[in-house]
Structures are given as C-alpha cells and as structure tokens.
Write a protein that binds this ligand. Structure first.
Ligand code: PA5
Length: 450
C-alpha cells in the first residue's frame, strides 16, 4: 500500500495490552465519525469526497487550469490557513525543490506563488516586483470571504490586474473559490462575473485540499489531479472499511499517539527528511492543532525538517524535557538520487561513503535518529510512504485527515470547529476600526495598560 504505519520505535513505550485497552475507545470514536453521531457531524463532507465530488466542477477546474497555463506565467493564489496550506503543501511535495525558481526560459509550468497569508507589506511589494511585466492570473480562496489578510491582498492584486489588462480581461483572470451562497466574495463573483468554484458547506478549511481550494492551484502547477483523487479514493476504501486497529493503519496512528499523549507525551514533532515536505508538516500542524487543541486539551503539534534541524533542535529532542513524541514520514523511493563521487585523495575523509547514494545516507540518518531518540526517551512513530507521486499524496492526505478526526472524537471534543481562531480576529477588527466592533475597541482601550 502507498502509506503504512510502522511501530518499530514504540516497542519500549507501548505494551500490546495498552493497544487492546484503547481499542474500544477507538472503535467508539471511529463510529462517531463514520455514522455521524459525534458533535460537528455536519462538517464531515470530506469523508467521502474522494468518491463523491462534483464531476462537472472538477472538469471546469481542469479547463481553467489549462487556460491559466496558456495565458499566465504566474498564478497568484490568495488565501490563508486552510485556504492555502493544502495547495502549498501539495505543490511543494509533488515538484522539485526549485520549481518556483526556474527562469521562464526553462519552465513548462507557471509559477504558483502564494499571497494573502500574512499582513507583510514587504512580501506583497516584492511579489509585485517579481511579477514585473509578466502575465499573471489570480486565484482567491476564502470560504467566508471576509478574512482580513486575503481580502487586503485581493484588493491589491485585483487593482494590478485591472491596471494591466483593463476591467474585462482582469475579470477573466480572476478565479474565486468560496462559499456557494454566502459571503462578500460570492456577491462580488455575481457582480463582476469572475470564474468561480464552490467550497462545500460541510468542509472546513483544514479538510479542504481535495476540493477546489487545493485542486485549482495544484492542477495549474501541472499535477494530474485525477491521480491525486485516485489515491484519496483508495485510502477511503481501505481506511473506512476496517474497524480493527490491527487492520487499519490510520487507526493505528490515532491509537498510538493517544496512548502516548495519555502518558505525558504532549508534544508531537512531525518530521521528514525531504526539504520539499516542509509544508506537509505545516499542513499537518493546522490539521492536528485546529482539530484537537480545544477545551484545555490536545497534543501540541510541532515540526522539524531533518537532517537540517538535527543541527539545531536535535540537542533538545535528544536531551530536553521528556514530553516529546515524533512522527516521521519516511519515503521509500525518492524521485531522484545522487551518488557520492569517488576521489583518490580522500582529504575530506569521506572515502568510506564514495559510491554510495545520498538516499542511502539519508535513510541511514533516519535509522540512526530513530535509535538515538527512542533510546533517549522520545517514542517514534513512522509513517512509511512509497513515493512522492500524486496517488501517494492523495492517500496520505486522507490518511492524516481520517486519523486526526478519530483522535479528536477520542478526546471528546468537536474535531471540526475552531472557535479559538475568532478571538484574535475580533480584537484585530476592533483595533483596525471595523464597523460593528466599537464596544470591543473601547474594552481593549480601557485595559491596555493593565
Ligand atoms: O481552518 C480554518 O477554518 C481556518 O484556517 C481558515 O481556513 C482560515 O481562517 C481562512 O478562512 P477563509 O477561508 O474563510 O478565508
């Protein structure tokens, strides 16, 4: 199978009897998810999305991608949180590390650049500078249509499009993914006639990568989105048809990380050994953190990119506070390989490695780290993935979504809301002077010197 769970780094930490003990709880959590009996059940539309998606819209997305690929050198994707991390993660995971850096003369795909995920003017300024006089299109993604960061960025890039192409062509270069009926963006689509796609009601941001939110930018980057959906559909078949932990690798992951959590391993470090999986970790952190971190509980999700961070965080992981567990994504067949060149002089004392491949060294590093960390008090979970293809990524996306949703029910919370995200937003609206937030502003002003 494309994705599997390996418990080799857990033997010291989890007894078989503990797995047996948690099985009935996992069973209940899984049933809540599958049968819709848990809280937040209206937000489970992602659960059968790989098999049950809008085929007509899927084709429209492919057509739009074709058009953007033919008339644009750059696609600017505007969105934040769940409206950007999935696409960013998938494009990084499926392309070479320097995908966005290749000069136009050597590119066969447009650059896909993300904006509206911070309030940094410097970032926007340098992006405009980088676009220069090249052709570009904009994909704005926001379910609510009112999130501050993307809304500001959209105003700026919309203005740029209109200046460059005039109102009519600008409208034809704007692609909007938003709610079917509600929100300011939907109203704007109606008024201006932009291309538009629907973010289904029952899909929240962090579970949205396989709907238009992720699919359009991923397709524009040249990825075969049929294969991506195919992998996710395979995962849906495999993971929703087996209730026993022993037969279901996503439930295994959910079970082990929750056994460890209950023993005080409250921080989970998500690790990979490929730099183009850095955003896989960022996507997973949102998925896990927003799903589980509520009601004063939940595993704290964090990440490291190895072997890079062994030279920075490695010391802490090996010998710091013992509240850490690790989840390592291990790639069986990396897309490329390089051999350590042979040299007669051996001045760098690397002779023992010449003729071996870098992938060999990378796998040995992983093995060495698992041994060192498990001996040092950090339990290691390994998620093996076969390769870095669209099919495997589709499978992996569904694997984590399913496992994390089950984990949420296991902890007795609503896995699909994110009430905590609103607090800062409200304060920010108040401080920025948004109409309707006058009382909150007064309250903040009154306490500012407390
Ligand atoms: O998971 C979430 O709900 C958030 O991260 C949202 O995706 C993020 O705040 C963006 O929201 P919107 O798509 O409404 O602009």
């Amino acid at each position: 199978t494309a994705v599997s769970f390996n418990n080799v780094g857990l033997k010291k930490y989890v007894k078989p009897s503990e797995l047996k003990e948690i099985e009935p709880m996992i069973d209940t959590a899984e049933s809540e998810l599958m049968n819709g009996t848990g809280v937040g059940s209206e937000m489970r539309q992602w659960l059968d999305l790989p098999k049950n998606y809008d085929r007509k819209e899927f084709e429209a997305i492919k057509q739009a991608a074709k058009k953007i690929r033919s008339d644009s050198k750059i696609l600017v994707v505007i969105g934040i949180g769940g409206s950007y991390l999935g696409a960013r993660m998938a494009i990084d995971f499926l392309h070479d590390s320097f995908f966005n850096y290749m000069p136009d003369s050597r590119r066969k795909d447009p650059q896909v650049i993300f904006a509206g995920n911070s309030l940094s003017a410097s970032y926007v300024h340098s992006l405009i500078d980088m676009i220069g006089d090249r052709d570009f299109s904009v994909n704005v993604v926001s379910k609510s249509g009112t999130t501050t960061e993307p809304t500001i960025a959209f105003r700026i890039f919309r203005k740029l499009l209109v200046k460059k192409y005039g109102a009519k062509e600008a409208a034809d270069r704007i692609y909007v993914s938003t709610d079917a009926k509600h929100g300011a963006l939907r109203q704007e689509v109606k008024a201006k006639g932009y291309h538009s796609y629907v973010i289904p009601d029952g899909i929240g941001g962090r579970y949205s990568v396989l709907c238009p939110v992720g699919l359009l930018p991923i397709a524009v980057s040249g990825v075969d989105i049929d294969k991506l959906m195919g992998g996710a559909a395979q995962a849906e078949s495999d993971l929703t048809s087996h209730k026993k932990i022993a037969d279901n690798d996503a439930l295994k992951y959910a079970a082990y990380r929750n056994i460890l959590y209950r023993k005080g391993y409250t921080n989970e470090i998500f690790e990979s050994y490929e730099p183009n999986m850095r955003y896989l970790a960022e996507w997973w952190k949102q998925l896990a953190g927003e799903t589980e971190g509520k009601d004063n509980k939940g595993i704290y999700p964090t990440s490291a990119c190895l072997s890079t961070d062994l030279h920075s965080l490695g010391q802490y992981i090996q010998q710091g506070m013992r509240n850490l567990m690790e989840t390592v994504v291990k790639v069986e067949n990396a897309p490329y390989n390089e051999t350590v060149p042979s040299e007669k002089s051996n001045l760098d004392e690397l002779g023992y490695l010449q003729g071996h491949t870098m992938n060999f060294a990378n796998k040995k590093a992983l093995q060495a780290v698992v041994i060192a960390h498990t001996n040092g008090g950090v339990p290691d979970m390994i998620v093996d993935i076969k390769d870095q293809t669209p099919f495997t990524l589709g499978y992996l996306i569904y694997y984590f979504e399913f496992a994390i949703a089950v984990s949420g029910y296991l902890n007795g919370i609503n896995p699909f809301n994110q009430p905590g995200v609103e607090d800062y937003k409200n304060n920010m609206f108040a401080l920025l002077g948004k109409p309707g937030y006058e009382n909150l502003r007064k309250e903040i002003e009154a306490h500012k010197n407390d």
